[in-house]
Ligand binder design. Structure first.
Ligand code: GP9
Ligand code: MN
Length: 669
């Protein structure tokens, strides 16, 4: 309890959570101490019990120390020194001790004293035979109960394992360590058995599948800054959608229709249980997420990537790379994955004032994230590749009244998720508009390419029916086919001054983004292992795979083996030739996904050496002193520094940012 409250800063928002936190150490501790009961004789019983007790305290205490340094729990690979990012505790750990640490050891001291002064006596009688079994059974029952309550409060806790801090909060430190150890063992045994030849199956496929760039688009944004705006849970149906006579997202709509934007209206998300992290993984590493769970969370800590941030850093333009995100750095294991992707900076919750009303649900509100990032952005050397991960438009789409636009009235359906969705959509739209205003006033706009995409659905299949009437559809005739079509998300590439932009209709998905962007920046993606193809290429593959092996093409939609005709939305009557064709498409989808899984699960990229690409050294990337690091680079470069701050005569440009967010006093600016 002491560690939870004082050192791990576990937040408790209601009595159920308080209850879970209070009981979660009981089950696993009993299970461990219960082992001693199998040794019925006193001379074995006491030493075993003492040993497990001490070991358990050591585990707790190591985590306390580790947490003070890394704001994260120790994984088994950290303890065994296998983890490339966090090499465990260094010699400086003594500096991390605190006076209240005595309390972690006090119970042991008291026990020793009690026995020494014979207030407690060793019981020499052998235990009844079944005690061990009884204690274990009780412990297991208790753990099951704990799991059930945890799942009720936080569903999909174990299937998605989005954040180890949540696993500790709900199931305790011992449970976390055991679970982590088991999955680590599973992965490392699979990886140890993997050979170089398995890589060949993958590269044979991706090389053959590769689509050469379209000449007119290749290098269309060469040398520009890249600003990626990740629209949380934002779906394509909100684009151009009106509610009570008003556009939900007027600003995004204007970008969508702009002559400087290449927008895609048949672009699908392809995430699995890893949701946001799967999207990030596809967009930047060019491979699919895993069939279960999240690649970031399960494998990301020791995965070899040859991803966009590293490719861009190594490009002739030497891009600076950064992520801005108002949630904790451990969510989706980002603190351990980003170094492997080659991200130079990760500005997450500790970098922002996220107190009080400034934060909701998954972190800092979007308007504040964009505004408060300027103080870091302005110090980055250009060109940069930066990604903003927004959070406010996340289920359950809550937003304080003060943050809501009084002129926007949302829908009046029976489903509050649907009604709220449009409210946070609208807020997100305003947030992006404010960022664009800043890009223009700071002069960044014309030097940048702005990439906007929605990561996955916000309204789930079970709620889509409640959305139907808003979209002008009949809820009673709503089908799985309709669900699949709603998995469209926006993908827009805005290149100020380009003038040739339009709404493109080719089918594609998140897996296609990386080759598309690299080609726009004038970098050929051919030598990299990527499962998607350039959306602008003549040879672009329009078969869009979903993570569960369903797929969509311009003509058909395949759901659990049934082929639907896109025109009618009904199961298709296929001729033999058509059937052969869709069978081949299904076979390709299945093969593509399984090759991606094999690549990721066996970490095959460690055997792959693309010409001229230097493997990422994750130990180069530490995220604790980001601002100081960027300022040091500015000083080192002197007059050669290309940061906004340097270009502005070493003066801050934060004052150029304007927001109507009620949490910010914008008047002094
Ligand atoms: C949290 C955010 C949400 O940091 O990225 O993740 P999601 O629940 O959408 O996967
Ligand atoms: Mn998401």
């Amino acid at each position: 309890m002491l560690a939870y409250a004082i050192d791990f800063h576990i937040s408790i928002s209601d009595p159920v959570q308080a209850f879970i936190v209070a009981i979660n150490p009981i089950g696993t501790s009993l299970l461990l101490f219960g082992l001693a009961f199998y040794a019925r004789r006193a001379r074995f019983f006491y030493p075993i019990l003492t040993l497990t007790y001490i070991l358990n305290t050591v585990l707790l205490y190591l985590n306390v120390i580790y947490f003070r340094e890394f704001t994260d729990y120790m994984t088994v690979s950290t303890m065994t020194g296998y983890d490339k990012v966090n090499q465990g505790l260094s010699g400086s750990s003594l500096a991390l001790t605190m006076p209240h640490d005595v309390l972690y050891w006090l119970d042991l001291v008291i026990l020793i004293l009690l026995f020494a002064f014979r207030w407690l006596k060793f019981d020499k009688l052998a235990l009844p035979k079944k005690t061990g079994f009884a204690v274990t059974s009780f412990a297991l029952m208790f753990i099951t109960f704990n799991l059930a309550v945890a799942e009720m409060d936080r569903s999909q806790l174990m299937t998605r394992t989005f954040d180890r801090t949540y696993v500790v909060k709900y199931l305790g430190l011992d449970f976390f360590t055991a679970y982590d150890g088991a999955s680590e063992w599973h992965t490392s045994s699979m990886r140890a058995a993997a050979t170089k030849s398995e890589l060949k199956d993958v590269t044979d496929f991706t090389q053959k599948h590769y689509a050469a760039p379209n000449k007119t688009m290749f290098g269309a944004a060469k040398g520009r800054n890249v600003i990626v705006i990740h629209l949380e849970s934002f779906q394509q149906f909100s684009i151009d959608q009106k509610v009570n006579g008003k556009e939900v997202t007027p600003f995004l709509n204007s970008i969508y229709h702009s002559k400087d934007t290449y927008a895609f209206d048949n672009f699908f998300h392809q995430v699995g249980q890893g949701k946001t992290s799967d999207a990030e993984n596809m967009l930047e590493a060019g491979t699919y997420g895993l069939p279960q769970g999240s690649l970031f969370a399960q494998l990301g800590s020791d995965e070899t990537f040859q991803a966009a941030p590293a490719i861009l850093e190594q490009s002739p333009e030497k891009y600076t790379t950064a992520v801005f995100h108002g949630n904790v750095p451990t969510f989706w294991n980002r603190n351990n994955v980003y170094p492997n992707l080659g991200y130079q900076y990760f500005f997450s919750q500790p970098y922002y004032n996220h107190s009080g009303d400034r934060s909701m649900g998954y972190g800092l509100k979007d308007k504040l994230l964009f505004d408060d990032s300027v103080k870091y952005l302005q110090h980055l050397q250009q060109p940069f590749y930066v990604k903003y991960l927004t959070v406010t438009n996340h289920f359950p789409f809550e937003l304080n009244k003060e943050d809501q636009d009084p002129n926007f009235k949302t829908t009046d359906t029976d489903d509050s998720a649907v009604n709220n969705y449009f409210v946070t959509n609208h807020y997100l739209d305003q947030s992006v508009e404010e960022l664009f205003n800043f890009l223009k006033s700071s002069g960044l706009y014309n030097k940048s390419m702005i990439v906007i995409y929605g990561d996955h659905y916000g309204i789930s299949n079970s709620e889509n029916k409640n959305l139907a009437s808003v979209l002008g559809k009949d809820p009673d005739n709503w089908t799985n086919f309709d669900n699949a079509q709603l998995q469209r998300v926006p993908f827009m590439v805005h290149i100020p001054g380009n003038g040739h932009g339009k709404i493109e209709h080719q089918y594609g998905g998140e897996i296609d983004v990386e080759p598309t962007l690299l080609h726009l920046l004038g970098i050929n993606s051919k030598k990299y292992v990527q499962f998607g193809t350039d959306l602008f290429s003549k040879h672009h593959d329009q078969v869009v795979a979903f993570r569960n092996q369903d797929f969509v093409t311009p003509t058909y939609t395949s759901l659990s083996g049934t082929i639907y005709n896109n025109k009618t939305g009904q199961p298709a009557n296929l001729t033999a030739a058509q059937k052969k064709h869709t069978d081949a498409e299904q076979a390709k989808v299945t093969k593509e996904l399984s090759l991606s899984d094999s690549l990721n699960q066996k970490n095959l990229l460690r055997f792959y050496k693309p010409d001229g690409f230097t493997p990422v050294d994750p130990s180069k990337y530490k995220y604790t002193k980001g601002l100081q690091k960027a300022e040091q680079i500015e000083r080192d470069r002197g007059v050669g520094s290309t940061s906004l701050y340097s270009q502005n005569g070493n003066k801050s440009i934060e004052g150029l940012y304007h927001t109507d967010a009620p949490e910010v006093d914008d008047k002094g600016r």
